[in-house]
Design a protein around this ligand. Structure first.
Ligand code: SF4
Ligand code: SF4
Length: 328
């Protein structure tokens, strides 16, 4: 199998070049809006971005709510097409408890991101905040929200976030919300809030993000796919006591249920936390291409303008005759 260094050499970016910091906006805007776009530039930049962050501290995402009150096209957590589901506090206590027992885990992650879906929909959000702080007090906790419900957050949630030093992390969408006003609103309740730059913004303020469709036939070069995947192994996902290198790979089952696809995991695709004793194992795991990377049609990565999802399978997968849209 080709290694990481082979891909870097082929792209002629040099490992030294990979050490330079590349802004997310710069990366997103280097892709075209269709498959004929300048992928060469986008791909090289994705590899640079990936290498830069792969050797930094990772983030850990936990979807405490599967569904969302916004429904963005190409959402990488598949929220517009998932069944509504809330993670329970018992489930979370078990999963995070496993992680907390791993040697070196106390400050391994740059942040634990309580998200979804929309986490502010969870009626027990205060409990999730308290539990995260209790089990991993040295790790920054963020509640990642689209902002729609911030002014409806209950007092006990503000109290819990304030006590745990949680950051309310807002991703801005063009839906008429005064995000800076929400930062002030949270600050008035003693909670720090930030507006993320997680969306690239083009001329006229149009937000964009990247979309890589999944191809259920697999067959893609796993090393190439992994290297061109800017957040693989950078933004990990915790699901059912398993640690995955990415959101999309962790949540395949949503697509299988909704569209009748047959995405499948192999045991190398995830780490069972119950069998992990040291964070060195997580470090090795997250920096290695996975068998499931064969599903990622990296050569079809495009820059997508933000919009509401229609639930069409083509927002997430390479559509073939075997893919059902009848269940939408
Ligand atoms: S706000 Fe976030 S979680 Fe909700 S649909 Fe949009 S991208 Fe997905
Ligand atoms: S399966 Fe591999 S290439 Fe695809 S998103 Fe996950 S880490 Fe990236």
């Amino acid at each position: 199998m080709r290694g990481v260094k082979d891909v870097v050499a082929e792209r002629a970016i040099g490992l030294d070049g990979a050490a330079s910091v590349l802004a997310w906006d710069e990366l997103v805007m280097s892709y075209g809006e269709d498959c004929q776009g300048d992928r060469g530039q986008g791909a090289s930049r994705a590899i640079t971005f990936h290498l830069t962050h792969l050797w930094g501290r990772p983030m850990l995402d936990v979807d405490i709510v599967s569904h969302c009150n916004l429904g963005c096209r190409c959402c990488c957590h598949f929220s517009p097409v998932t069944e509504a589901r809330f993670l329970t506090l018992d489930e979370y206590a078990r999963e995070l408890g496993l992680l907390a027992q791993v040697k070196g885990a106390a400050d391994y992650f740059e942040s634990i991101n309580l998200m979804g879906g929309e986490p502010l929909l969870h009626p027990e959000l205060a409990g999730f905040v308290r539990l995260t702080h209790e089990l991993l007090p040295a790790t920054r906790t963020r509640v990642c929200s689209n902002g729609l419900l911030v002014r409806e957050v209950a007092d006990d949630v503000w109290d819990a976030m304030r006590a745990a030093g949680v950051c309310l992390y807002l991703t801005p969408y063009p839906i008429g919300i005064d995000y800076q006003g929400l930062v002030t609103y949270a600050g008035d309740r003693g909670v720090r809030a930030e507006v993320s730059n997680g969306l690239a913004v083009g001329e006229g303020g149009t937000p964009y993000f990247l979309s890589t469709p999944l191809d259920e036939h697999g067959g893609h070069d796993v090393t190439q796919a992994f290297m061109e995947c800017p957040l693989g192994g950078v933004s990990l996902q915790l699901v059912g006591g398993r640690l995955f290198p990415c959101n999309r790979g962790a949540l395949f089952e949503t697509l299988n249920e909704r569209f009748g696809t047959s995405f499948a995991h192999e045991s190398e695709d995830y780490l069972e936390l119950a069998f992990v004793s040291d964070v060195d194992e997580i470090a090795d795991f997250r920096r290695t291409p996975k068998p499931m990377c064969r599903y990622c049609a990296y050569e079809r990565t495009v820059r997508v303008e933000w919009g509401r999802s229609t639930g069409e399978p083509s927002e997430w997968i390479v559509v073939s005759s075997s893919v059902s849209s009848a269940t939408r």
